[in-house]
Design a protein around this ligand. Structure first.
Ligand SMILES: [Cu+2]
Length: 380
């Protein structure tokens, strides 16, 4: 994750941080407090890290696991009988929180009963500030208190997804939805309402962008495993977090050090030593160490770059362009970002069909307005 600042003045023009890599997402993990960072039935896990001197370091309560109610999972009311059936979504959350100087980041895996997996990042804590003359204003930051400037900046994450969809050899399929032609004698679309999907496999290592105008969807599929119902390959689709990419100029060190921020989705072949989207040296780098460089170097050396039916890795760039509000001061309410992976023709029906229906006997919900008791029913 990269945080480039937009203050063009020296020395602030140098200001940037790799909050997860350079500062240490694990080593900065909080000791999570019972009943504060998460609610309900909670299991804590310790974390183990290697210090810079090579010693093991135990981080107590670095990870917590708990369940939360997430509203309705699925529901249907039979309009003929009025009978309703409803299930509630219980999400299993695996969470860690880090403090990186001024900021907190909350990272959580959300495991859903519908076989979805969501990765949620929340940014909170205190925005980084610089002094400014009383009454002065600038175009690249927000005055959040007299004499206190919070410069504009971005938080750009690279989520590395090493998929194994029914096996390690997977393919990336790009699907777009396009309207069918009208007044084309070869296409039956007399009323102009038809639309279809166009799909294309990604053949080689490359970077791609999102496009909501064609509902571009990235599916990770296994071409060798066919869904018996749909007749197509089983897969999971990426539900991306639509975000602005890097604003800094390509010639800047911000850009050279964060090659991953040039595209929203990358696909590379799996390599053991390619774990970090900006390479090994981040802020100590002159550039040329990230995803784009790996791909270019393999092309130049004529090494294999095919990703179709291969052990491959998907990288999703997402984040926030954080132009601070005065409401972010003195401590910032959480800014939430969520990326999803959802089954797409992986199962043969709704995998949450067997979730027990919600009942008042179990839920023990409390009616606040007693006078309404006579007219309000409750689920059986
Ligand atoms: Cu921020």
């Amino acid at each position: 994750m990269f945080v480039p600042y937009a203050d063009p003045r020296m020395p602030y023009a140098r200001k940037a941080a790799f909050d997860l890599g350079n500062n240490g997402a694990g080593i900065n993990a909080n000791n999570l407090q019972l009943g504060c960072d998460c609610l309900g039935h909670i299991r804590y896990f310790d974390g183990w890290h290697t210090t810079s001197s090579g010693d093991p370091l135990q981080i107590p309560n670095a990870i917590c696991c708990h369940e939360v109610d997430d509203g309705i999972l699925w529901k249907h009311t039979n309009f003929r009988t009025g009978n309703a059936v409803v299930t509630r979504s219980r999400v299993l959350i695996l969470q860690t929180i880090i403090t990186v100087s001024n900021y907190e980041y909350i990272f959580a895996f959300h495991f859903g009963q519908d076989a979805s997996l969501h990765y949620e990042v929340r940014a909170t804590g205190i925005v980084s500030t610089v002094p400014i003359g009383i009454g002065d204003r600038v175009a690249f930051g927000t005055v959040v208190s007299p004499g206190v400037l919070a410069p504009y900046h971005q938080h750009l994450f690279s989520l590395r997804i090493d998929p194994a969809i029914a096996g390690y050899e997977n393919s990336l399929l790009i699907e777009e939805s396009h309207p069918m032609p009208v007044q084309d004698p070869k296409v039956h679309n007399p009323f102009g309402v038809g639309y279809t999907t166009e799909t294309q496999f990604v053949e080689n290592e490359s970077g791609h962008d999102l496009d909501h105008t064609v509902n571009r969807v990235f599916k990770i599929v296994n071409e060798d495993v066919i869904n018996p119902v749909t007749g197509g390959p089983v897969g999971y689709k990426l539900s991306p977090f639509y975000s602005q990419l890097l604003l800094a100029h390509p010639s800047s060190y911000h850009a050279k050090r964060s090659e991953f921020a040039a595209h929203a989705v990358w696909v590379t072949r799996y390599h053991d030593d390619e774990l970090f989207a900006s390479g090994q040296h981040t802020m100590q780098s002159q550039g040329g160490q990230g995803i784009a460089s790996w791909i270019r170097e393999r092309q130049e050396k004529k090494e294999a770059t095919s990703v179709r039916n291969k052990d491959m890795v998907i990288w999703h760039t997402f984040g926030s362009t954080h132009n601070p509000r005065v409401e972010d001061w003195p401590v910032m309410p959480c800014e939430k970002m969520q990326v999803g992976l959802k089954p797409v023709n992986f199962f043969t029906a709704n995998p949450a069909i067997d979730v027990a229906v919600s009942t008042q006997d179990r839920n023990q919900s409390v009616l606040v307005n007693d006078s309404a008791t006579a007219t309000k029913g409750h689920c059986k």
